[in-house]
Design a protein around this ligand. Structure first.
Ligand SMILES: NC(=O)c1ccc[n+]([C@@H]2O[C@H](COP(=O)([O-])OP(=O)(O)OC[C@H]3O[C@@H](n4cnc5c(N)ncnc54)[C@H](OP(=O)(O)O)[C@@H]3O)[C@@H](O)[C@H]2O)c1
Length: 170
């Protein structure tokens, strides 16, 4: 949970999730992400860990696409449309882009962003860095091959307890 303190230790409520109290800088970054999002793609593990967000999805109103080898037998009643995609990440991105229109398709977890990077489908990377070192766990940037992937910095926001980094994949 210390990774998520920055959601609750400020004095500015998110416009979208008023129970989140962020610093003003983080609230601006967070709300902009929600404002500009059009659809979300995630892998099955994140979906399972969150219990399918109890049908509410990871972001209000945004359609969710879950990449998996097998559609679950039980899916909670949904407030936003869930689509289980069993024919790969490229298909999931294509469907999510169609749903998002001119807005962003956001990716969650690590398996989907890694596959998208390898396939040349990822345009931008937003990472929120908390000053803490972890000794293990799922690595966000892994299985990317040996060739360096060049990034261009779009924005750095140094907020209390968190640094928001945004890059364009060159
Ligand atoms: N810090 C944050 O904000 C944040 C946000 C989200 C997630 N997370 C963390 O990220 C971790 C989860 O990420 P992850 O990368 O381990 O798992 P993931 O991407 O959520 O899910 C991986 C699973 O998705 C399915 N999948 C992925 N690619 C596929 C493909 N091409 N075709 C078919 N199925 C495919 C497979 O599941 P099946 O074979 O079972 O179908 C695979 O095991 C968790 O630790 C979670 O807590 C952190």
């Amino acid at each position: 949970m210390p990774l998520f303190d920055w959601y609750f230790t400020g004095d500015t409520p998110s416009r979208h999730y008023p129970r989140f109290r962020l610093s003003k800088q983080s609230a601006d970054v967070f709300d902009e992400l929600v404002d500009t999002g059009g659809a979300v793609v995630t892998g099955r593990r994140t979906y399972d860990i969150t219990n399918g967000w109890d049908g509410k999805g990871p972001a209000p109103g945004l359609p969710l696409f879950i990449v998996t080898h097998e559609v679950p037998e039980f899916v909670p009643p949904q407030e936003v449309p869930y689509t289980f995609v069993t024919d790969g990440v490229e298909s999931a991105i294509e469907q999510a882009k169609a749903a998002a229109g001119d807005k962003y398709v956001s990716l969650m977890g690590s398996a989907v962003p890694q596959q998208c990077l390898r396939a040349g489908l990822l345009d931008e990377i937003q990472v929120d860095v908390v000053p803490m070192l972890l000794g293990g766990g799922v690595r966000l940037f892994d299985h990317l091959g040996t060739a360096p992937i060049k990034l261009e910095t779009i924005r750095v926001v140094d907020a209390p307890g968190i640094t928001h980094l945004r890059y364009r994949v060159a």
